[in-house]
Design a protein around this ligand. Structure first.
Ligand code: PXG
Length: 462
C-alpha cells in the first residue's frame, strides 16, 4: 500500500548521517535539512510534508512521459519475473536488448543504426571516448586520439565524461581533464557575444573548432563532442549558424561528430533529437534520460553505419562493456516509454501544440524588469537575470545571489525551477498541459518578482 505519512525528522536524520549527495556541500545541506520527495504523478511531485510542486525540471531533465505510468511499471514487473537479469557479453542476448536496439535504430534518423548500451549518460560518454579511439586505431590512424569538447559543457561525472565536460569546478577535483581532451569556447551569445550579431557570433565560435584542429593537427584529432543545446550549462541555445558550420569543419578534416543527446533526445527540443532541430547529422549520439523517462537507468551510444562498419569489419574485439549494458528490466522500461512516446504522439504534440504555447508565455517573461533574455527551444528554457537589460550586465552581488532567491521563492510558490549562475531554467515533462503551463508561468512570475524585490532592496536596480 502507498502511504504518504513519512516521519520527516527521522528520514532527515538518517539522510544527514549516511547519505552523501551529488554536487552538494553536505555540511551545508545537513544544517538546512533536506527536502524529501515521496511521490509524484503527471507533472506534480509531493514532499513528505504534504506540499506539492510542478516539476519544472522533469526530474532531472528526464521525465518526458510524466510520472505514474502504470504501463511502464507493469512491463518492468513482467520482465523481472521472466528474466530480471542476464548479460550480453558472451555470445548471448535477450529479447529486450534485441528489440530495444532495433527500436532505437528506428526512431533515430539517418544511419544511426548500431547501439552500445550503458546505464546512463556518463558511462555512455566514456564508451564514446574508447570507441572513437578504437575506431581510428582500427582504421590505421592510431594518432587520431584527441577529442575536442567545449567549455561549460556537461557530459557526466565519470573521469572520462567529466574530462569531456568543460566545468572547471569539476576539473579542479581529481586532476581533470585526462590527456588528449581539449576545450573550445561555447556559443553563449547572451553572456559572451558582446556587440556581435548572434549569427556572426555562432560562426565565429564554430570556427574556433577549425583553429583548434589546425593547432593539434587533424591527424591527431578523433572527434568533436557537443550537446545540441547545453543543458546543465544553462540552456544555451546556439545561433542557427553554429551547428552547420561545426559539421562542415568536422567533414573537412575527417573528424567524427558526436552529439550528446542525453537531454535533447526524445522530444525535448521539438524533434525526436536535438540534431534534427539544428540541422546536422552526427556520427554518434549519446542518449539516456528521456530514453526511459527515468523510470529505470539506461543509456546508450548510437553509432552510424560508417563508424559501425569500420568497428565491426576492422576492429575485432572491443574490450569494453558494463555488467548492466542492456539490463533487461531497464530495456523494457525504455521500450515501453518509447511506445508511449510514439503512440500518444507526445513529441509531436509537444512540438505543435503545448510547446509553442509554453514558448510564447516563457518569452513574455522577457518583459519582466529583472529578465535580460528569455530563451527557449522546444521545452527547455532559460531566463537571464540582469540589473540592466540593455547592457546585459551582471549584479554587483556574487553570482547566484538573486537566482537562488528566485529559486527559493519559486519552490515556495510550488514550482521546481533550477538556478544556473544568474539564470533560471526549466525543462518540464513533455506531457505538461496548457493549464499546467499557465500555473508554471504564474509561479515563475511570483519568483521573479521576489528576486526583483531583493535586487531593488539591495540597491542593484530600480
Ligand atoms: N550528458 C549530458 C548532456 C547530460 O546532461 C550526462 C551526459 C550524464 O548522464 P548521467 O546519466 O550519467 O547523469 C548528462 C546529465 C544538472 C544536471 O545540474 C544535469 C545532468 C546530470 C546531473 C545534473 O543540470 N545531466
Amino acid at each position: 500500500m502507498l502511504t504518504n505519512s513519512y516521519d520527516t525528522q527521522e528520514l532527515r536524520a538518517l539522510d544527514a548521517a549516511h547519505h552523501l549527495h551529488p554536487f552538494t556541500d553536505t555540511k551545508q545541506l545537513n544544517e538546512m535539512g533536506v527536502r524529501i520527495i515521496t511521490r509524484a504523478e503527471g507533472v506534480y511531485i509531493h514532499d513528505s510534508e504534504g506540499k506539492s510542486y510542478i516539476d519544472g525540471m522533469a526530474g532531472l531533465w528526464c521525465m518526458n512521459v510524466g510520472y505514474g505510468r502504470r504501463e511502464i511499471v507493469d512491463a518492468v514487473a513482467r520482465q523481472m519475473m521472466e528474466l530480471p537479469f542476464y548479460n550480453t557479453f558472451f555470445n548471448t542476448t535477450h529479447p529486450p536488448a534485441a528489440r530495444l536496439s532495433a527500436k532505437l535504430a528506428e526512431v533515430t534518423p539517418g544511419t544511426l543504426n548500431h547501439v552500445f548500451f550503458s546505464s546512463g549518460g556518463s558511462d555512455a560518454n566514456d564508451t564514446n571516448i574508447r570507441l572513437v579511439r578504437h575506431y581510428w586505431h582500427s582504421m590505421g590512424k592510431p594518432s587520431k586520439k584527441t577529442i575536442i569538447a567545449r567549455k561549460n559543457a556537461y557530459h557526466g561525472s565519470t573521469v572520462g565524461a567529466a574530462s569531456l565536460g568543460g566545468m572547471t569546478y569539476m576539473h579542479e577535483q581529481g586532476d581533470l581533464p585526462i590527456p588528449h581532451i581539449t576545450h573550445i569556447s561555447q556559443p553563449f551569445w547572451y553572456r559572451e557575444g558582446g556587440d556581435m550579431a548572434p549569427e556572426a557570433f555562432g560562426l565565429a565560435r564554430a570556427r574556433e573548432l577549425e583553429t583548434e584542429i589546425l593547432r593539434l593537427g587533424a591527424e591527431n584529432v578523433a572527434a568533436f563532442i557537443g550537446e545540441p543545446v547545453q543543458g546543465a550549462g544553462g540552456v544555451i541555445i546556439p545561433p542557427a549558424t553554429y551547428w552547420p558550420e561545426i559539421e562542415r569543419i568536422c567533414r573537412k578534416y575527417d573528424i567524427l561528430l558526436i552529439a550528446d543527446e542525453v537531454i535533447c533526445g526524445f522530444g525535448r527540443t521539438g524533434n525526436w533529437f536535438g540534431h534534427q532541430t539544428f540541422g546536422f547529422s552526427p556520427d554518434i549520439i549519446t542518449v539516456a534520460k528521456g530514453m526511459s523517462s527515468g523510470y529505470l537507468p539506461i543509456g546508450a551510444s548510437i553509432i552510424n553505419d560508417r563508424v559501425a562498419e569500420g568497428l565491426i569489419e576492422k576492429g575485432g574485439d572491443f574490450n569494453h562493456g558494463y555488467t548492466y549494458s542492456a539490463h533487461p528490466a531497464a530495456a523494457v522500461a525504455a521500450l515501453e516509454n518509447l511506445r508511449i512516446l510514439q503512440e500518444e504522439k507526445i513529441v509531436e504534440r509537444a512540438a505543435q501544440e503545448t510547446g509553442p504555447y509554453l514558448q510564447e508565455r516563457w518569452k513574455a517573461l522577457g518583459d519582466h524588469p529583472i529578465v535580460g533574455e528569455a530563451r527557449i527551444c522546444g521545452m527547455m528554457g532559460a531566463l537571464e537575470l540582469t540589473p540592466d537589460k540593455k547592457a546585459r550586465s551582471r549584479f554587483k552581488a556574487p553570482i547566484y545571489t538573486y537566482s537562488l532567491a528566485c529559486r527559493t521563492a519559486s519552490i515556495n510558490a510550488g514550482l521546481f525551477m533550477r538556478a544556473v549562475n544568474d539564470s533560471m531554467i526549466i525543462s518540464p515533462p513533455l506531457v505538461i498541459t496548457k493549464a499546467e503551463i499557465d500555473l508554471l508561468i504564474d509561479r515563475a512570475t511570483i519568483a521573479l518578482d521576489a528576486a526583483h524585490k531583493a535586487a531593488r532592496d539591495a540597491g542593484e536596480m530600480d
